[in-house]
Design a protein around this ligand. Sequence first.
Ligand SMILES: CC(C)(COP(=O)(O)OP(=O)(O)OC[C@H]1O[C@@H](n2cnc3c(N)ncnc32)[C@H](O)[C@@H]1OP(=O)(O)O)[C@@H](O)C(=O)NCCC(=O)NCCS
Length: 184
Amino acid sequence: MHLPDFRPVSYSRTTITELMVPSYANFGGKIHGGILLSLMDKVAYACAAKHAGNYCVTVTVDGVEFRQPVEVGELVSLMASVNYVGNTSLMVGIKVIAENVKTRIVKHTNTSYITLVAKGEDDKPTQVPGLTLETPEDARRFLEAIKRREIKEHSRQAFQNEKNRQTLAEDLAFLRTERCKLAF
Ligand SMILES: CC(C)(COP(=O)(O)OP(=O)(O)OC[C@H]1O[C@@H](n2cnc3c(N)ncnc32)[C@H](O)[C@@H]1OP(=O)(O)O)[C@@H](O)C(=O)NCCC(=O)NCCS
């Protein structure tokens, strides 16, 4: 199958809108975070697979932070676009909003970033088309995605260094300052 060298951001931009039905809610009447995560994964897949022209798998989910609850009866829309492409990976940005149809109040629930990898017929990572940035906003998102990846890599290395920095005695002494009880 021949894939184009480049595809524009607009080619794969995808929106899913779904009504929040009672079976999605927890005992407090708010929508389970897992329902929203599943919808985010779904829209990210649709967007990434369309750009890639191939089956994709989810590698990482970043920036998930639900700041406001979503209620039963609200319409949740998830807007996804490819923000960045590497060689075989893509980062999809997803903006989630919830709308109360009666009051017309729209809440911005979260913006998250899902990285997926395209797989070929042999189930191995396969190259994705490059991304044509059609607006300055597309260029800003592409650059931000690069910075996001770099910061994540630094943070991963810093965490590894920090883990190995202290002795067990120092770690245990630190735990005594926290709200936990050592039972061993
Ligand atoms: C994702 C997966 C294909 C990567 O395989 P791999 O052998 O590590 O492949 P590579 O090292 O060649 O990496 C492939 C791409 O993934 C990217 N990648 C790998 N791990 C990553 C991570 N933790 N965060 C971001 N990108 C990552 C690499 O940077 C590379 O991107 P590039 O080609 O654009 O430079 C493999 O780990 C996998 O199949 N994981 C399971 C995915 C899955 O089942 N998801 C849930 C169900 S959809």
